[in-house]
Design a protein around this ligand. Structure first.
Ligand SMILES: [Ca+2]
Ligand SMILES: [Ca+2]
Length: 566
């Protein structure tokens, strides 16, 4: 600003007095193209790079930086340039274009430059500034955007490994390089000398997902040498950086956002089989995989090398129902190679997991008595006929079945494969009125294939209430004697002594035995049904009556069974 006003004034002044050129005449400056944004103007002592065309009054070109293909570089305003240029370049912005008219005494004077510039020549320059910096400059860092989706728990520090995207330009906007053009991040260690100094410093403190503009003076970039054909000597560099992720080779896994269930009876250890849901994202929030999208849990043994080491470690100690975030550095994930089309090399992985259940193949049924009646002497055992109510659910609360939904109580004979093994076991030992919560591991439930509504390898929860209990009979029996069998069974059965026993007589006989507690029908079956079955078995010729011979024959054939049945 210091220079601009006088120059404008000078310009107008000169317009009126230019015919009368004399020693007081100053350089004439025409700022004919000024960029809208001008963050910095050339000051005395700044180092500048600029292009120019130089011509004489008749329009004849005497010199041009364009012809040499490289911008002119040097300090401004300190007498290293011809005075006219030294003055004429002050206050310039990068990409500003100026025309200068330099009177002879501010140019090459009365001597000129032999063979190029005559004596007492007025010089006409057309300038464009491409770069400006000062040796006292520091790195200029501007944060353009900070991520909202990730908490910035950690920022880049020395010796971290980072992955970032960048666009690189010179100060005048000339593009020289971009990671985007290679469709892959730039991956490197920070603060270890792999990067130019300005980048080593400029990345420090960044969060994943953060965008920064970093302006680097040449002495923190490629200095006097420049880089190849794309970065000229003494160039300031402008990087637009988007940090994708960071980690340190010394990192282990990180656990965050832990949400524990109210009750955690047990924590998962190596060898347990865990069913969990997960969302997998990269550190910048980019999604790469989810079990939810497949609508099925991920199931695996933990601590045994079936999954990436970071996950094996991250699932240790989980409770059923727990949620946690597991952040896995690449050396515990997919390493430098990544996974084709989904996980870039050296990527940090962020897993949000929800533990649905876990069990160990050695687990048995877990029984918790939730209510025990005052009197609880008679308990259910194998062979007993029982009735019970139950709710069956998955451990995430998903309801599978409830007998309360209908009035049909469940009724089974224990130990007869009527229900899954784990439920059978869980019902044994109950007395009427007792309530239990029973957890059944999949190998005692529906196994690896599952069943309707039951996912593969799911642990089941049963809430049980025993409502009815009857002593059973040995397997295969329809009726047993509670006292000694009558000495002559046929005579005893043949109530009217006509030497034959039809169904009615048979039925009356057996029901009398039962009502007088001398014998007992198999529980859970209508006595008439059992009677009919037994009668059919004894009536060999199917004429509707049992004779003494038929009973005897049957006795001889299946001595033990028939004897015990009747
Ligand atoms: Ca009879
Ligand atoms: Ca018969």
């Amino acid at each position: 600003m210091i220079f601009r006003v006088p120059f404008v004034w000078v310009q107008f002044f000169i317009l009126y007095v230019s015919c009368d050129s004399g020693p007081l005449e100053d350089v004439v400056i025409d700022r004919y193209d000024i960029p809208k944004i001008c963050p910095r103007e050339v000051q005395m002592g700044d180092f500048v790079r600029y292009h120019y065309n130089g011509s004489l009054k008749d329009g004849q070109k005497f010199d041009s930086s364009y012809d040499r293909g490289i911008a002119v570089a040097g300090f401004a305003g300190v007498g290293r340039l011809i005075t006219g240029l030294d003055r004429g370049i002050l206050g310039m912005c990068v990409n500003e274009r100026r025309k200068l008219i330099v009177p002879p005494h501010l140019g090459y004077g009365s001597i000129g430059v032999p063979g190029m510039i005559p004596a007492d020549a007025t010089l006409y320059f057309d300038l464009i500034l491409v770069d400006v910096w000062n040796k006292n400059d520091q790195l200029q860092i501007t944060t353009l955007e900070k991520p909202s989706h990730v908490t910035c728990n950690r920022t880049v520090q020395d010796s971290d490994f980072v992955r970032y995207h960048y666009n690189g330009t010179l100060l005048d906007g000339t593009f020289f390089d971009s990671s985007y053009s290679r469709s892959s991040t730039y991956d490197t260690y920070v603060g270890s000398g792999w990067l130019i100094k300005g980048m080593d410093q400029g990345l420090l403190g960044m969060c994943p997902g953060e965008k920064r503009k970093i302006i680097i003076p040449p002495f923190l970039a490629y200095g006097e040498k420049g880089y190849g054909t794309v970065i000229p000597p003494q160039s300031s560099l402008v990087f637009h950086v988007l940090l994708i992720d960071l980690h340190n080779p010394k990192d282990g896994i990180t656990l965050q956002n832990q949400v524990l269930p109210d009750i955690c009876k047990r924590k998962a250890v190596t060898g347990d089989y865990v069913r969990y849901h997960y969302n997998g994202t990269l550190m910048d929030g980019l999604f790469f995989d989810s079990s939810y999208s497949r609508n099925t849990t991920y199931n695996t043994y933990i601590g045994m090398g079936y999954i990436i080491p970071g996950m094996d470690a991250g699932l240790q100690g989980v409770c059923i129902g727990e949620k946690r975030r597991i952040i896995i550095p690449p050396h515990l994930g997919y390493g430098e190679s990544g996974v084709a089309n989904s996980i870039p090399g050296s990527a940090v992985l962020v897993f949000d997991v929800h533990i649905i259940d876990f069990h160990n193949p050695k687990d048995s049924v877990d029984i918790e008595v939730t209510h025990k009646p005052d009197t609880c002497n008679i308990t259910a055992k194998k062979g007993d006929f029982i009735k019970y109510h139950y709710n069956c659910s998955l451990l995430d609360g998903t309801q599978i079945f409830s007998s309360h939904d209908s009035d049909n109580m469940q009724q089974i004979t224990l130990g007869r494969n009527n229900v899954i093994d784990g439920l059978d076991t869980g019902l044994q030992g109950m007395c009427v009125g007792e309530k239990r919560t029973v957890h059944v591991p999949p190998h005692l439930a529906h196994g690896q294939s599952g069943a309707r509504g039951v996912p593969p390898s799911a642990v089941l929860r049963f809430d049980l209430e025993l409502t009815h209990l009857e002593d059973g009979v040995p397997e295969g029996y329809l009726f047993i004697w509670l006292e000694d069998t009558p000495e002559n069974l046929f005579e005893a059965m043949d109530l009217d002594k006509n030497l034959e026993v039809p169904l009615e007589e048979f039925s009356t006989f057996l029901k009398t035995q039962a009502s007088e507690k001398r014998g007992r029908f198999v529980p859970g079956v209508e006595p008439d049904q059992s009677i009919e079955d037994m009668f059919g078995n004894q009536d060999r010729n199917k004429d509707g009556k049992i004779t003494a011979d038929e009973l005897k024959l049957k006795n001889e054939e299946e001595a033990d069974i028939v004897h015990e049945e009747l």
